[in-house]
Design a protein around this ligand. Structure first.
Ligand code: ADP
Length: 399
């Protein structure tokens, strides 16, 4: 079966087309600047393995037009990979927040759409554009089955001592105020890869998804037992522009010190903090590493705080699981930055974590970077969230 995977964001629509007979990626593309008017036009970029990238500019006012253009490109006689639209057997959608309603992926019907809408209050920036992608598909391909795959679902196994905040219990009952966790498809995929590489299933693994958004998960025997993001993706690690863990009382002080309203503070904690706020250089780890190597003190501080926080979570999650068999690094920074991996693992020798400097800095893709004889194995595993979504979609459609 051929499956289209859609990741619909506020101003973008990313897609990947898979042939599931061999789990082969046929094409991937991205429509950018959806619904943004201005001097620059919206664009669609598509890549097909073995061909030159294809890029066009167009007027794209909404997600329906974006999807129409993506489908026209996928079925284009020169640029496409499909003879006709009817070759698409199912569509899998990334949906960020499934709340407590969704512990697994779900075939989309009216009831599921309503439940995703109900979760939108918890993810106002993410769930509405995810729903726009679903609506666009329903209009353009009404007979093709659609499946929602939730970022939160993998973490639905968190025990209550990990997901409850120590706030009045009624707030949990009334507002479902609790920790949910995100990046679930990524943590699921890379922990499964690590288990496959070790040839065992019953393992205690800490997965570190370090990208623009970052999170850590404690995965015990394939089940998520704790994770660093919470009610929203702001909690936990230092991120590109998000602060991560914070004393909540700081918000109270900021409103007084700066005479700021809550929307401004929300904006600062989400968009002006993290690597950007600490360094003043930018939110991109490559820029931070470059500036730090040129002697920029604040870039060095940002790097130090970032790596320290990853290290602290690895130690905390080893304690939470009562042991540790493997650490996995993934996403933009986790996959591509040897210095960050090295600094995040510094001092963890007492747990049995030791990485080989040569293996850490050489090579590409999926690999074991542990030092000879290390009790805990350390892996780099490129994540593949789209493949997980395609697999889940296939499993649901076939059942
Ligand atoms: P997103 O959360 O947007 O999916 P990614 O997983 O693509 O993010 O990760 C983006 C981050 O990865 C950026 O901070 C970028 O600087 C970092 N990154 C990408 N390549 C490298 C590299 N070679 N060295 C260090 N950081 C890198």
């Amino acid at each position: 079966m051929k499956i289209l995977v859609i990741n619909s964001g506020s101003s973008s629509l990313k897609y990947q087309m898979f042939d599931m007979a061999r789990e082969q990626l046929m094409a991937k593309g991205e429509v950018q600047r959806v619904g943004i008017s201005g001097s620059e036009p919206a664009t669609l970029t598509q890549q097909v393995p073995g061909r030159d990238p294809y890029k066009i500019a167009a007027d794209i006012p909404d997600h329906k037009i974006a999807l129409k253009l993506a489908i026209a490109t996928l079925t284009d006689p020169d640029q496409g990979v499909l003879a006709e639209l009817s070759e698409i057997g199912a569509v899998g959608h990334r949906v960020v927040h499934g709340g407590e309603a969704f512990t697994h992926s779900a075939r989309i019907d009216d009831r599921v759409v309503r439940a995703i809408q109900e979760c939108a209050g918890l993810a106002p920036l993410h769930n509405p554009p995810n729903l726009s992608g679903i609506e666009a598909c329903e209009q353009i391909m009404p007979d093709v089955p659609q499946v929602a795959v939730f970022d939160t679902a993998f973490h639905s196994t968190l025990p209550r001592h990990a997901y409850l905040y120590a706030i009045p219990y009624e707030w949990y009952e009334k507002f479902r105020a609790r920790r949910y966790g995100f990046h679930g498809t990524s943590h699921a995929y890379v922990s499964q890869r690590a288990a496959a590489l070790m040839g065992e299933g019953d393992l205690k693994i800490v997965t570190c998804h370090l990208g623009n958004g970052s999170s850590v998960a404690a995965v015990d025997g394939g089940r998520s037992m704790d994770t660093s993001m919470g009610l929203t993706p702001v909690e936990g690690l230092v991120m590109g522009t998000r602060c991560g863990d914070l004393d909540p009382a700081l918000v109270v002080f900021l409103t007084r010190w700066l005479n700021a309203d809550i929307d401004q503070i929300d904006q600062w904690l989400n968009k002006k903090s993290g690597l950007l706020g600490l360094s003043g250089v930018g939110s991109d780890m490559r820029d931070i590493l470059q500036a730090a190597s040129e002697g920029c003190e604040r870039a060095e501080i940002a790097l130090e705080v970032f790596c320290y926080r990853v290290r602290k979570y690895i130690g905390a999650y080893a304690a939470a699981m009562g042991g540790l068999d493997a650490v996995v690094f993934t996403a933009g920074i986790g996959e591509h930055s040897p210095p960050v991996r090295a600094r995040a693992c510094e001092g963890l020798g007492f747990l049995g974590v030791a990485i080989d400097p040569k293996k850490n800095s050489a090579g590409r893709g999926e690999r074991d970077i542990s030092a000879e004889g290390a009790r805990v194995r350390t892996f780099v595993v490129p994540t593949n969230e789209e493949l997980v979504i395609a697999r889940e979609t296939l499993a649901i459609v076939e059942s």
